[in-house]
Design a protein. Sequence first.
Length: 267
Amino acid sequence: MPKLKLPLPPLPDKAIPLPKRPGQPKQGPLDVAKETGISAVDWVDERTSLSGAARWMMFRKVPKGTNWFYTLGSATMFAFLAQAVTGVFLAMYYRPDAASGAYESMRYINDEVFLGEFVHGMHKWGSSVMVILIFLHMARTFFFGAYKYPRELNWVIGVVLLILTMTMSFTGYLLPFDQRSYWATIVGVNINGTGPLVGPFLSDFLRGGPEFGATTLSRFYAIHMMLVPGLLGALIGAHLYLVAKLGTTAPPWIKAETYTPKDEEQA
């Protein structure tokens, strides 16, 4: 008995290759690779609809009078991304061992690893750059009045991001575990301990016990590498969502145009 051969299902319109144009030269490997990449992006977009979210995020109205001050937020975000990338590479060699392991691993990174000193320098000085940028961004937001209705929640998120950035800088300072970072962190933790109500509990939490030691270094490393970056990433996403949803404010010296009934008649 002959087997029945079912017809193939029809292809969707997007999957049908476009006909060649008359006189079109034969495609080379680069042309084929280009079309393959476009087809792959279309395949992903058809299943995720990310292009709509990207258009909503990127193509939006910009107020009149926008200037270079409005790039401070993006600069801070890129500084955070640079810190994340360089931090991952440093974590591949760093050992949070208080018994000279942390110090020796940092010495090995700077003296033996290929471009280790360069990456460590980017991470070290990049932290200072990020702190400066986030303070400038907060100052621009305050003096331009961008914290007012309806952007109060975004201002609160920005304040939390500022606190987390300072926490990131403070916890990362101890990781080389040399004399300078050791005694400077002791001073910082003791200052935190003088705070009202939660100060002593915060000091004990950071130390991981009554004295500085191996537990303190491991705790600072965990906070610096996992806890704070995760919170920063989530809050940056929420911050960007609110910026795209609510828009940006015009500079305070740009007055909004007012319309009168006479203007409507002329229109």
